[in-house]
Design a protein around this ligand. Structure first.
Ligand SMILES: Cc1cc2nc3c(=O)[nH]c(=O)nc-3n(C[C@H](O)[C@H](O)[C@H](O)COP(=O)(O)OP(=O)(O)OC[C@H]3O[C@@H](n4cnc5c(N)ncnc54)[C@H](O)[C@@H]3O)c2cc1C
Ligand code: SF4
Length: 544
């Protein structure tokens, strides 16, 4: 058990701060900025470093190879110094993340849908899981504020959502988008240009998108809204301190059961104590339960803030089948932001389909030359010998791909625990995940694959191929410290404060009650801003 009662060991002790944030990713950046007007002394500890835009793979011709090396989406394969291993052997779905200033947003595709109003009320509407203790309307102004801070391209008026106004014009549909749109029109199904966190006009010192290349391994143009170039410059200018290469090992508590700070390893590997009046966790849906479980003490023997026993449980990962095909006409391939439109035709529950809840269909532009070659060699579609070049030419830049973003409902046996053997480079236990895809989700996946196949058929595609596993690592890490009003059935209350530890907050995806059928970052950040706002309203009680 870790020695988490107030630090007494002879380790260097830093000057006390008012607010200590762990993790500088999507939610850590948003909550830091959300609190700057308080003029509190705010410090963020981040285990990774700043990533220079000149280091992004998209600058070089080997960009596709580097996506399977130092910019791999899987920490175990990537193995950078900042990464910690995750034992995901007992899960078909793998963990994707990035550990640096900006967290997952360095590698994210910037698809930026919000949760739908129904996602917050699944118990009431469908009799499954739990309702959230807050609703879409509670978050609405924080969604808008986050859109302004990140810069979101899109088109107002999508009938699938309550009215909202993206801050910039939509990215062009391009050849791929137009082909999808025509197919969806033939079928009479909903589609709309996606909200996407990519600048289509220059703003806030960021250049606009020039369709330079694949956005996922980093945008050297600065058009993709990773938080190292959106929130962080503003938070730092306002006085927040961000300390890199600092890996937190555990959260300490005092004799009153309040968080007193953290023990961390600095850039030189020295173990230090950082005292704080308030601690905010933002290390994501795997990092948060890992730290809470590793902060067990005599007073909190099952891990910190875990009197409910729910820390680490209810992990949701968004199973995400992908259906591809090739068309006669040339598509956009790796040029331009990858996702251009979505369909919400199958988002809301229709029991006639054989499952509850639903999914978003997400339409991609294509892929790059190396990936096209490798995947087609894998399926046997691309022969060696004299036909090789002719067939390859008919495939490259002719690909269409539809992702099926399935809602994943919470189940306690899907969980994060501490691995008894595996450790990171500082000797901190690694996270272990156990995860299975439920019967409801499997039915949803098959329905989505069939509808995506209908769309590709309507688009005139051949070689239609469905993968149930290819995209099963979307990096959406949700649900492991859920929000609720009942301390026996949740870890944090309705404004992100741990029920058991009154000066400890969680702002990342672990507080989600259900997962929706959307990419989560817009909602994760809106929640972080909402929690910052609640902290601001209660400053007197938190710092008396
Ligand atoms: C390849 C990929 C594509 C994606 N595409 C999309 C997309 O199109 N749309 C979308 O909405 N979402 C997408 N996501 C998901 C998105 O990146 C995450 O939802 C988002 O980044 C989560 O934010 P977070 O604040 O919870 O955590 P993160 O952004 O993961 O940040 C956590 C930070 O905490 C740090 N940290 C962890 N533990 C410690 C510790 N012990 N000490 C110090 N620091 C620590 C990490 O280094 C990291 O920087 C994608 C993710 C990946 C990997
Ligand atoms: S397509 Fe646009 S947003 Fe994506 S990497 Fe290129 S310039 Fe950046």
């Amino acid at each position: 058990m870790a020695a988490a009662e107030d630090a007494v060991a002879p380790r260097p002790r830093d000057e006390i701060v008012d607010v200590l944030i762990i993790g500088s990713g999507a939610s850590g950046a948003a909550v830091a900025w959300g609190l700057v007007e308080t003029r509190l002394k705010i410090l963020c500890l981040e285990q990774g470093d700043w990533i220079k835009p000149t280091d992004f793979p998209s600058n070089g011709r080997d960009w596709e190879a580097r996506r399977y090396a130092d910019f791999d989406i899987h920490p175990n394969r990537r193995g950078r110094d900042a990464d910690y291993p995750v034992n995901d052997d007992n899960s078909l779905m793998k963990v994707a993340n990035f550990n640096a200033v900006g967290g997952g947003t360095i590698l994210f595709t910037a698809h930026f849908p919000r949760m739908h109003p129904s996602d917050f009320r699944v118990r009431t509407l469908d009799g499954v899981a739990d309702d959230w203790p807050i609703d879409y309307w509670t978050l609405e102004r924080f969604f808008a504020e986050n859109d302004r801070m990140m810069g979101v391209a899109g088109l107002a008026g999508d009938p699938a959502y309550p009215a909202h106004q993206p801050t910039m014009p939509p990215v062009p549909l391009g050849r791929s988008g137009t082909q999808y749109a025509r197919a969806l029109n033939k079928l009479g199904w909903h589609w709309w240009p996606s909200d996407i966190a990519v600048a289509t006009t220059a703003s806030d010192g960021r250049a606009s998108c020039i369709n330079l290349g694949h956005c996922t391994p980093g945008c050297a143009q600065g058009a993709k809204a990773s938080v190292d170039i959106t929130y962080w410059p503003q938070a730092l200018r306002a006085g927040v301190e961000l300390r890199t290469h600092c890996r937190v090992r555990e959260i300490t508590t005092n004799a009153h059961g309040m968080a007193s700070g953290v023990i961390y390893y600095d850039a030189k590997g020295v173990e230090r104590f950082q005292p704080a009046k308030v601690v905010i966790l933002a290390p994501n849906g795997i990092g948060t339960p890992r730290l809470l479980l590793n902060s067990a003490s005599t007073r909190f023997p099952n891990g910190l803030a875990n009197s409910s026993g729910l820390v680490g449980k209810n992990l949701m990962l968004h199973p995400w089948p992908q259906v591809t095909g090739h068309v006669e006409a040339e598509m956009d391939g790796d040029r331009g932001p990858q996702t251009v439109l979505w369909s919400k035709e199958f988002y809301e529950t229709d029991l006639a389909r054989g499952f509850v809840r639903g999914y978003t269909l997400q339409f991609g532009r294509g892929t790059g030359p190396a990936n096209e070659a490798i995947t087609n060699l894998g399926t046997g579609r691309l022969p060696w010998g004299k036909e090789h070049h002719r067939v390859y030419r008919s495939l490259l830049y002719h690909r269409m791909l539809v992702g099926v973003a399935c809602e994943d409902l919470p189940e306690e046996h899907n969980r994060v625990t501490l691995d008894p053997v595996l450790q990171d480079s500082h000797g901190i236990p690694a996270a272990k995940i156990d995860y299975t895809i439920s019967e409801n989700t499997r039915r949803m996946m098959e329905h989505g694959i069939a509808r995506a196949t209908d769309i590709l058929t309507a688009a005139g595609a051949r070689n239609i191929f469905a993968s149930r596993t290819a995209l099963n690592s979307p990096g959406h890490l949700l649900g492991t410290a859920r929000m609720g009003t009942d301390p026996e059935r949740s870890v944090v209350n309705e404004w992100g404060r741990c029920h058991d530890v009154k000066n400890l907050f969680i702002v990342d995806g672990s507080i989600w009650v259900t997962s929706g059928g959307v990419n989560p970052t817009s909602t994760i950040q809106a929640l972080a801003l909402y929690i910052a706002d609640n902290i601001k309203q209660r400053l007197a009680t938190l710092f008396d």
